[in-house]
Design a binder for this molecule. Structure first.
Ligand code: SF4
Length: 84
């Protein structure tokens, strides 16, 4: 039986087409000096997980996979409230 569709999941949990693996590999290519530290990364993803703009691992405002956007230290949340 298939899992029910969840609008609030990160792609880590959905992964319908192996997107999670692709995003993970892409994030590994980010140079260390451009990468978000682990604690900050976790806080960013927690904020996204609670955000109404998250849909299927993608931010509805910027269209990014949040797990990749959050991995860049210089990126920020595009929401007017700037959650991270
Ligand atoms: S608006 Fe910000 S917190 Fe919300 S999903 Fe997009 S990046 Fe994440």
């Amino acid at each position: 039986m298939n899992e029910p569709f969840c609008r609030k999941c990160l792609i880590e949990k959905l992964d319908p087409l192996g997107i999670n693996e692709t995003v993970r590999k892409r994030a590994e290519l980010i140079p260390d000096h451009e990468k978000t530290d682990g604690v900050t990364y976790g806080k960013r993803l927690s904020a996204c997980s609670e955000c109404k703009e998250l849909i299927s691992g993608t931010c509805r405002i910027c269209g990014c996979f949040v797990e990749l956007r959050a991995a860049y230290s210089e990126k920020h949340c595009p929401h007017p409230q700037r959650y991270w």
